[in-house]
Ligand binder design. Structure first.
Ligand code: 5GP
Ligand code: ZN
Length: 118
């Protein structure tokens, strides 16, 4: 647990979240400000700041997170596909520095790209 990391606090239960999946290494919960009808965040329970901070040790974990995205999207109701996004660093406009995969979907095609409102 890294102090003052909001997602570490969600992992510990200190901050509530709407969880859709939990196992020993991965937590999946609904984004508090959904940008699409289905908007999940897939995070590792251990603190990794960003995709720029992973080591080879994390490749398996990342594979299991990405590999299950389809399962999580389908369970959440996005049955005909979804989009995954990993914002990284300043250029990627990452806001929360605890690695997360956005899983975006719904029952209609998304716009060609997802833009931020701000
Ligand atoms: P980023 O911009 O870092 O890729 O995305 C961070 C995401 O985390 C945003 O979509 C934001 O809505 C979401 N988020 C930030 N704080 C919380 C929170 O306390 N709970 C939940 N469920 N989502 C959060
Ligand atoms: Zn963290």
């Amino acid at each position: 647990m890294t102090q003052d990391c909001i997602f570490c606090k969600i992992v510990s239960g200190e901050v509530p979240s709407d969880k859709v999946h939990e196992d020993d290494e991965i937590l999946v919960f609904k984004d508090i400000h959904p940008q699409t009808p289905v908007h999940l965040l897939v995070i590792p329970k251990k603190h990794i700041s960003s995709l720029a901070d992973i080591t080879e040790e994390d490749y398996g974990l990342l594979g299991r997170m990405m590999g299950r995205a389809h399962l999580f999207a389908t369970k959440a109701g996005s049955i005909n596909g979804f989009r995954t996004i990993v914002n990284t660093g300043e250029v990627g406009r990452q806001d929360v520095y605890h690695l997360h995969i956005h899983v975006l979907g719904g029952d209609a095609p998304l716009p060609p790209m997802v833009y931020r409102n701000s």
